[in-house]
Structure formats: structure tokens, C-alpha cells
Design a protein around this ligand. Structure first.
Ligand SMILES: Cc1cc2nc3c(=O)[nH]c(=O)nc-3n(C[C@H](O)[C@H](O)[C@H](O)COP(=O)(O)O)c2cc1C
Ligand code: SF4
Length: 756
């Protein structure tokens, strides 16, 4: 009987929101060591002409803003990779490197400068690549370069204004960022130019000691636009056959690099647009064209043909930009979310007895939230995949492989899936970093070894949130004598409510990691923890500290609204800390549609089965949060029946209702829109519609009202300490200095801990 592959995809999409097997999923997402020693993870594998020392692949992460402006890998970029090679990973892959610079007007910066690394430019960039390859080889790692055919419709459309040229795609497709901007179809000659460029880049890569090439065929980038029927609707010419571009590309690369050089291909088994958006595929103009996406059967057939053309290995995921939480699975996606997809491909290749041109089985690499050592090992043992790819987990902890090998699992710093410092940071104009690892992206300037304090000091750190914890541990490891004060009976600060919903298991893992770090530091260095202790200026002064660091957090902003003090009105943070509400409460209104409000609503609706409405004053929910994280939560809030009211102001709270004034103008954005992003504020969209005002008062039933309209810095202790000169050196870190995310908290804690 024919397998219903599409049903498999539909079930997965359903499951990514509902978590049908929650307990099992949560067990998979723990940093446990039940399967230690990890024999499978640390067994070698042959891929065409090369042997890789273990089964761990570092996933490709765009090295945006990391090379110098010619595109030559800089010392920053080299040291970033060297750090991961030292940490024991078997195979490293670069972020995307474009083969379309002389074809796509949208990819090269004005002045011919480059944000991304380049290999195609000229010999001036070669030494950077060669040193990079040599440097990672020194630690036994292999290095593949990820070659991308281009960006196509997912490029910024600014070239329209800056260069008077349209962005491109396979057919006439709407630009992702500004759907009103059309992307013109590439001419056949331009396609051939890209293929030729990629062949040259592969030959150069080989000459520069890079161990293999890795083709960027997923997520709806240009290679996929050419090879997926959703985007390639060409009627004539050489590439009207949707498989032709990919097959020609692989054949040409194979011709240029010889028989034994590894070629890896990244593909999504399905864009899963129809499964994600259902009827919307007919209704939303920017999605309509993509209805006839490549089916799973078509993908598998294409993969078989790619192997014939010369591909040696695949990695597989789901989705594209238009459902971006799939290729970039956030905190709220289940652990190992694409293992079933890898397993399906592996079964297909085995069933069809497909072998590479080298006569070897074609390894399938699994990707997506696999940074939990027991789960990674189990995936290999149970034959779901041949290798595991870790992208973000190696930003969070480059030593993941060596710690897993040694069984030091409690010392692995886990990725929290927030994507604030990695993805969002470069979207907002920076380069990839990591919220839980302040050294990521700064390995060239912040060496791993801490400089011992020249003069050990008596240091007080007040507040054991993430900033205070990291500051105290770092300072103690440098030789200072540290006293860490915490008002409550446990450490963690905002991480405690932040890890309360079950879907925030990654944050719970991080909190546990920080607790482990504190315990270990207190055991080996001079660090004393004083719980239940509210530090006062007099107390601090009395103990004659040389330095005082305050990390006392923030406090919720209070609204001056009628009914705000009624007993059924709670702060979201308190709700998250308590974790329960009376059984009789069914209808809940959450006021504040930022990430805390939406996460509380998700917990109430999906984990507690309540009927929830969220009221947000701004046009957009979770504004400023990574598009992937935002999209996932909003999509599944909608599926759980949560009502989202944007451009809506809370007026008053009664015993059973709340009054809200809402802008009901049709120009108000659709709050459920997850298929196109909110543009950063510094990017002006000349085509954006103006929001008109047409206000209406509405009344909502509410047995419980949950508030989160923001935090404000609680800097009272810091200011008193400065005024009363409690110590010669006083610093303020984390939310008590400036309300921010975990990213800002750890950055400040680590920086001050290193500097004291
Ligand atoms: C900062 C960042 C940049 C990324 N850039 C790329 C890229 O250049 N090419 C690519 O194929 N995937 C890219 N990805 C996707 C990752 O390779 C990976 O598929 C995804 O993060 C899921 O794996 P993980 O859960 O192990 O992080 C990027 C991901 C992140 C977080
Ligand atoms: S920034 Fe967040 S999501 Fe990205 S690697 Fe670090 S912890 Fe993971």
C-alpha cells in the first residue's frame, strides 16, 4: 500500500502545537545522561573520500557580519569556528556563501561590500578560507562550505530603490519582506551563470583545503525556489523541469571537484505550507501562488536523482520563510522535532537500496532541537539518522561534544531556543551571538581562560537572577571572594517564572545549568550564597566590601485603571510562579501581548485548557521578538482558539468583565498574520498601509485577568548604594540597570565578572 507521506507531515504540524505526547516529549528534552557512554555519537563515519571522527555535525549558521567587508573570513570568524573544533565536533559547516553575487542585485551591498563571507570574489578572500580550514583540521574536525544558489524572493527588496533593479526568483513571486514587490523570473542564462559560479566555488573550496561542499537547498532560498513547484512555475526553457536546476548544479560541481570529494545537500522534505495554512492558502494573496508545493513523494524522487547526479549525504527538515518557525524551531517546538522526517528519508533510501556514486549508503543527518545528549544518542541507536546536526547548541556550548563524551552533561550550557542573540541579532543589524554564552562571536577577543584577579577583592553580588549568578561565578573563578545575596529561598530570578510553562523546558534546563554552575563554583572557589537575605545599604557598608554589584531585577509596570486591585487580577509573573488557578475559572483575559503575556496565554490555553483573550495596545503582538518564535506562538494560539485583540486599550476591570476600547478599522493588521514579518523600525516600507482610527468599546467576560504590560528597572538599591558610598566600586547589572532579555543579563553579568 502506498504510504500517505503527506499525512505524516500534517500530523507533525498538528503535533508541534498540541504536543500530544507531552510527558514523553518533556523527557526527551532533558539534559540527562541515562545512555552514557555515547558509543554511537562517538563512532566514525565515512562520507565519500573522507572519514569524520564522530557523528556530530555543526549546523550552518549564517556568518552575517563576521567576515571583513570584502567577504574574506576574518580572525573573528576563524576563531569562532576554531572554538567549535576544539570542543570536539566532527564536522563543521559554514553558514551560507552565495554563488549569485554577479546575478542578484539584492545580495551585494552598495560599494560591492559584503555582509556574508564570499569565496567567489577573487583571490583576496582565499587566505581566510585556507587558514580557517587548516585551523579546524588541527583539532581533528572536518569543514564543509555551504554554497547557496542565492536568496531570490527572501532577499531584502532594497535593490529596487538603491539599484533600480527587481529582486529575482524562479517565477514571478512576491518578495517575502514586502509582498507588494514582485520578484522577476531569472533568465536561463542567469541560472547557468549561478551553476558555473557554484562549480568554480566548489573547485576553489577544494583547493583551499575545505573538505566538502554543502548545498543550501532548503527553507525556500533560491535553490529551493528553482526546485520546488511552489515557486518554480516556469512553462518554458531549460529549467521548466523543476528538478533540472538542482541536478545540473550537482552534476557540474561533481565534474569540477572529482569523484571523491563529498557533496552534501540540505533539503526540506516539505514546505508544509498547505498543512500549516489550510484554507488560507486560497485566501491570502501572497500565499496563493504556492499552493502546488512539491509533495513528499516528489521530494524523495528528487533526492534519488540528486544521489545519481553526485550527492553523498543529506540533511532534512521542514518549512520555509513563510512558516519560519519550522526551519528555525523555537523554544516552544518539541525536542527532536524532525527526527520522524529524517527517519522517513532513511527508510526510503534503504528501501530503494539507494547508494552514492562511491558505493556507500547515503547518510541522513537529522537536525532540529537535538542538543539533549540522550535524545541524540537514541536517535542514532534507533536508526532514525546516521549523524546529528547541532546548530544553536554549539553556539550555547562549543564544548557540547567533549562534555558529552566525558559524561559531564550537567556542565553543558543548553540552548534556550529564544533566537534573540543568534538569529534576531543579525536581522537587527549585528552578527550571530548567543544569549547564554557571552563569548560566542567574540572568541577572538574574549579568551576562554579567565584572567586571575591581580588583587583578590571582597565582592558582594545582590540578586541571583541570570546576571547576578553569572557575575558571581565569573568573579569567584577569577579568585575574588564573593558573597551572593538573594531575597528569596531560591536562585534564578526571572528565569523562575520564565521556565514555568511546560513548553519552556529549554529555559528550565538553563536554570538548572546555572544552579549546577553555582554549586560547582561554590565548592571549588570562594563563593558564599546567602538566601532569604535582603541586602540593605547599611548591611553592605557594614561588611566592608571592595565591590558591590546590584542585580535586583525589575518590577511590573502598574496600570492606573479602575478595578486593577480586584482579587481576580494577577500579574503574569505571579501566575507563572504559582502555576495554578482555581478550577472554576474558565474565561481569562490577558492584558499585554508581549512575549510574557503571549506565553502565559499559551500556557493557560494549551496546558490548562482555558478560554483566553489577549488584549494588546499595539498593532502587533510580540513585537520585537524573533519572527520564528513569534510565528510559532501566534499560529498555535490561533489553533487553540485564543482571541487576539490588537490596537485595543484596557479601559476598566469589573467583577466579571473587562472593558476595552478597540480600533476596529479594517486597516488594523491581521493579528494572526504569521506568513510575513514585521519589518525592523529603521526600514521604511513605502508600500505599507496607514492604520486609520475607528474606535469601539467592547466588553469581554473575564473570571481572571492576567496583566503584563512591561517591567521597569528596580534601581533603588543601586542608587542608595551609590549615594551612601557603601563600597569603593559599585556596578548595576541586568534588569535593575536596563530591562532586557536573558541575552543582555548574561552579557552584563559576564562582562562585570571579568572586569572586577
Ligand atoms: C543564527 C542562525 C543562522 C542560520 N543560518 C543558516 C544558514 O546560513 N544556512 C542554513 O542552511 N541554515 C541556517 N540556520 C538554520 C540552522 O542550520 C538549523 O537548521 C536550525 O537552527 C535548527 O537546528 P538547531 O536546533 O540545532 O539549532 C541558521 C540558524 C541560526 C540560529
Ligand atoms: S541565542 Fe538563544 S536560541 Fe540562539 S543559540 Fe543562544 S540560546 Fe540558543
Amino acid at each position: 500500500m502506498a504510504k500517505n507521506y503527506q499525512k505524516v507531515v500534517a500530523n507533525l504540524i498538528e503535533d508541534y502545537g498540541g504536543w500530544s505526547r507531552v510527558e514523553e516529549r518533556l523527557a526527551d528534552g532533558r539534559m540527562t545522561d541515562k545512555l552514557f557512554p555515547y558509543h554511537q555519537l562517538f563512532s566514525p563515519i565515512q562520507v565519500n573520500g573522507i572519514k569524520i571522527k564522530n557523528r556530530i555535525v555543526m549546523g550552518p549558521m549564517g556568518n552575517v557580519g563576521m567576515p571583513d567587508e570584502t567577504g574574506r573570513p576574518s580572525n573573528k570568524m576563524i576563531q569562532y569556528f576554531v572554538e567549535r573544533a576544539k570542543g570536539g565536533v566532527g564536522l563543521i559547516t559554514s553558514g551560507l556563501v552565495l554563488a549569485s553575487n554577479n546575478v542578484e542585485a539584492s545580495v551585494t551591498e552598495v560599494g560591492d561590500l559584503s555582509l556574508l563571507p564570499r569565496i567567489d570574489r577573487s583571490r583576496t578572500v582565499f587566505p581566510g578560507w585556507r587558514v580557517l580550514a587548516e585551523s579546524v583540521h588541527a583539532y581533528g574536525a572536518r569543514f564543509f562550505i555551504q554554497l547557496s544558489a542565492g536568496l531570490g524572493r527572501v532577499a531584502s527588496p532594497e535593490c529596487l530603490i538603491k539599484k533600480w533593479r527587481l529582486p529575482v526568483s524562479a517565477s514571478w513571486n512576491p518578495n517575502f519582506y514586502m509582498p507588494a514587490v514582485p520578484c522577476r523570473p531569472l533568465r536561463d542564462g542567469e541560472c547557468l551563470k549561478i551553476i558555473k559560479n557554484a562549480g568554480q566555488a566548489a573547485a576553489d573550496a577544494r583547493a583551499l583545503l575545505i573538505d566538502g561542499v554543502y548545498l543550501h537547498g532548503h527553507e525556500g532560498y533560491l535553490l529551493e525556489q528553482m526546485t520546488n513547484t511552489a515557486f518554480n512555475r516556469r512553462k518554458f526553457g531549460r529549467f521548466a523541469d523543476w528538478q533540472a536546476f538542482g541536478i545540473e548544479l550537482v552534476k557540474h560541481i561533481r565534474e569540477r571537484v572529482g569523484a571523491h570529494y563529498p557533496i552534501m545537500y540540505r533539503i526540506d522534505l516539505s514546505l508544509a505550507l498547505n498543512e500549516t495554512y489550510g484554507e488560507r492558502m486560497e485566501q491570502v494573496s501572497s500565499l496563493k501562488k504556492f499552493r502546488k508545493e512539491r509533495t513528499v513523494e516528489m521530494t524523495l524522487d528528487y533526492m534519488a536523482n540528486l544521489v545519481k547526479a553526485g550527492v553523498d549525504m543529506f540533511d532534512v527538515d521542514l518549512g520555509c520563510y513563510d512558516n519560519w518557525w519550522l526551519p528555525h524551531p523555537p523554544t516552544s517546538m518539541p525536542p527532536g522535532c524532525y527526527l520522524p522526517v529524517a527517519g522517513l528519508v532513511k527508510d526510503y533510501l534503504a528501501g530503494e537500496k539507494i547508494k552514492s556514486n562511491a558505493g556507500l549508503p547515503v547518510p541522513v543527518v537529522a537536525v532540529g532541537k537535538l542538543g539533549y545528549p540522550d535524545l541524540a544518542e537514541r536517535a542514532l541507536r534507533e536508526g532514525m539518522c546516521d549523524m546529528v546536526m547541532l546548530a544553536r547548541p554549539l553556539l550555547a556550548d562549543p564544548e557540547w561534544p567533549s562534555k558529552a563524551y566525558a559524561g559531564k552533561i550537567s556542565g553543558i550550557c543548553p540552548c534556550i531556543g529564544d533566537q534573540e542573540a543568534c538569529l534576531n541579532e543579525f536581522i537587527e543589524g549585528g552578527h550571530p551571538q548567543c544569549a547564554v554564552n557571552p563569548r560566542t562571536g567574540f572568541e577572538d577577543v574574549l579568551c576562554a581562560e579567565l584572567t586571575p584577579a591581580s588583587e583578590p577583592k571582597e565582592v558582594a553580588v545582590v540578586g541571583a537572577g541570570p546576571a547576578g549568578l553569572l557575575c558571581a561565578c565569573t568573579a569567584a573563578q577569577r579568585g575574588h571572594r564573593v558573597t551572593l545575596f538573594e531575597r528569596l529561598d531560591k536562585v534564578g530570578g526571572e528565569l523562575i517564572p520564565g521556565s514555568a510553562p511546560r513548553f519552556k523546558y529549554d529555559v528550565a534546563n538553563y536554570l538548572q545549568y546555572l544552579r549546577n554552575l553555582l554549586e560547582k563554583t561554590a565548592k571549588n572557589y570562594k563563593l558564599e550564597l546567602r538566601l532569604h537575605t535582603e541586602a540593605t545599604p547599611a548591611m553592605l557598608k557594614g561588611e566592608k566590601f571592595d565591590a558591590v554589584v546590584t542585580g535586583t531585577g525589575g518590577e511590573p509596570v502598574k496600570l492606573a485603571i479602575k478595578g486593577i486591585d480586584l482579587p481576580h487580577v494577577v500579574q503574569a509573573v505571579d501566575l507563572l510562579c504559582n502555576g495554578s488557578i482555581p478550577a472554576k475559572v474558565r474565561k481569562v483575559v490577558v492584558v499585554g501581548g508581549g512575549s510574557v503575556g503571549c506565553e502565559a496565554a499559551y500556557m493557560l490555553a494549551c496546558e490548562m485548557g482555558r478560554q483566553v483573550t489577549i488584549v494588546e495596545m499595539l498593532p502587533y503582538f510580540m513585537k520585537g521578538v524573533c519572527t520564528a518564535n513569534r510565528g510559532h506562538l501566534i499560529h498555535y494560539l490561533e489553533r487553540a482558539g485564543v482571541r487576539l485583540l490588537n490596537c485595543a486599550r484596557l479601559q476598566s476591570i469589573g467583577k466579571k468583565t473587562v472593558k476595552v476600547c478597540q480600533n476596529v478599522s479594517p486597516t488594523v493588521p491581521d493579528p494572526y498574520k504569521t506568513w510575513s514579518p514585521i519589518l525592523p523600525e529603521n526600514i521604511k516600507n513605502p508600500l505599507a498601509k496607514k492604520i486609520k482610527v475607528e474606535e469601539k468599546e467592547i466588553e469581554l467576560e473575564a473570571e481572571l485577568v492576567v496583566l503584563h504590560v512591561g517591567l521597569k528597572a528596580d534601581d533603588r538599591l543601586y542608587e542608595s548604594c551609590v549615594r551612601e558610598r557603601v563600597a569603593p566600586e559599585i556596578h548595576n547589572i541586568g534588569d535593575s540597570s536596563c530591562v532586557g532579555r536573558i541575552f543582555e543579563a548574561t552579557k552584563a553579568g559576564y562582562a562585570v565578572g571579568r572586569m572586577l
